[in-house]
Design a protein around this ligand. Structure first.
Ligand code: SAH
Length: 315
């Protein structure tokens, strides 16, 4: 599953197959930039600091974030350097057009040490998962061979209560990335992705081709493969590595607490009517529970940050 998705991102324009929050509304990236600015202050305004994005797609989120940071907190803009973690050469070109002064990385391994703030939207869901099937006696791992599933006894522990026949999913790369980031001093990360609030059994592997659902097993590399993110498992990994974890909270609640509606008001005041309609429709899509507001969640992981990050207050 992993190799098929790497081939997909390397060769295709994924945005023909799905639309993401920063592409829907500029206020999404702006609000994430303001989150980073507030957290930077809670770190004691370190300089220099790195502002990183993992899986930046077209570079839209970072472009919007930097614009908001420049006007709201110029001292943070002056202190930061931008680092983008991106494997797709094609998408790096698109990112270069929007964020020309970035430094690119193939993985988080090469990020410089020192104070860091990392943003990621729909990054973990693009990483490969392993699927396990509960049996009467334990767990089997499910593999794809010649277009069908085969099973072999699991070689890792699965800590999930499930009935025989139910599926557990493990995103190994996501867990490793969280463990590594959580162990860094003076680091704050914000992950936005879709998935349930609590770990639960279920087969969430999906293929999207040209915006519609496809069979994950046919024509590997031609469709985007995604799976729900297990936020509870990632928060557990972060705490075990010594960091604080906040959330997951629904995206709609997070954006409301971060003042997205007020930001839309301000943008709409100076915009032509067609743009006003787009801003309102876009912000509703991001926030409303039946659209992206509830399925999408936000998780923060902080180490060496003096106060809890904004957006996670109990409601
Ligand atoms: N965050 C963007 C794009 C989401 S799509 C947005 O919200 O629009 C997933 C992104 O992660 C793409 O940029 C893809 O090329 C990148 N990606 C996928 N696997 C990756 C990996 N292993 N390491 C780094 N980037 C990866």
């Amino acid at each position: 599953m992993g190799r098929a998705n790497a081939a997909y991102y390397a060769a295709r324009d994924p945005f023909a197959d799905f639309t993401t929050a920063p592409e829907i509304c500029q206020a999404f990236g702006e609000v994430l930039g303001l989150w980073a600015a507030i957290v930077w202050q809670s770190m004691g305004s370190p300089s220099p600091v790195i502002l990183t994005e993992a899986g930046p797609g077209r570079g839209t989120l970072m472009q919007d974030a930097l614009r908001a940071i420049s006007s709201a907190m110029p001292a943070f803009r002056a202190a930061l350097s931008v680092h983008l973690v991106e494997t797709s050469r094609r998408l790096r070109e698109a990112q270069r057009n929007r964020v020309p002064d970035a430094i690119w990385h193939d993985s988080i391994d090469t990020l410089p040490a020192g104070p860091a703030i990392l943003l990621a939207n729909e990054f973990f869901d693009a990483l490969p998962i392993r699927q396990f099937v509960r049996t009467d006696s334990g767990w089997n791992e499910r593999f794809v061979q010649d277009g069908t599933f085969i099973e072999q006894p699991a070689d890792i522990d699965i800590a999930l209560a499930a009935q025989p026949g139910e599926i557990a999913e493990v995103n190994g790369p996501a867990r490793a990335i969280v463990a590594q980031l959580a162990a860094r001093a003076q680091t704050a990360c914000l992950f936005v992705d879709y998935g349930p609030e609590h770990s639960a059994p279920g087969d969430s592997l999906q293929a999207l081709r040209n915006g519609t659902q496809a069979d994950p097993l046919t024509d590997p590399g031609s469709a985007d493969l995604t799976a729900h993110v297990d936020f509870e498992a990632l928060a557990h990994v972060a705490r075990a590595a010594g960091a604080a974890a906040y959330g997951p909270v629904p995206q709609g609640i997070f954006l409301a607490q971060m003042g997205l509606p007020a930001r839309i008001d301000r943008l709409a005041r100076n915009a032509p009517p067609a743009q006003v309609m787009r801003l309102i429709a876009g912000s509703r899509r991001l926030m409303e529970p039946h659209a992206m507001g509830r399925l999408f969640k936000v998780l923060a992981i902080c180490n060496g940050v003096s106060s809890p990050p904004p957006g996670f207050d109990p409601v």
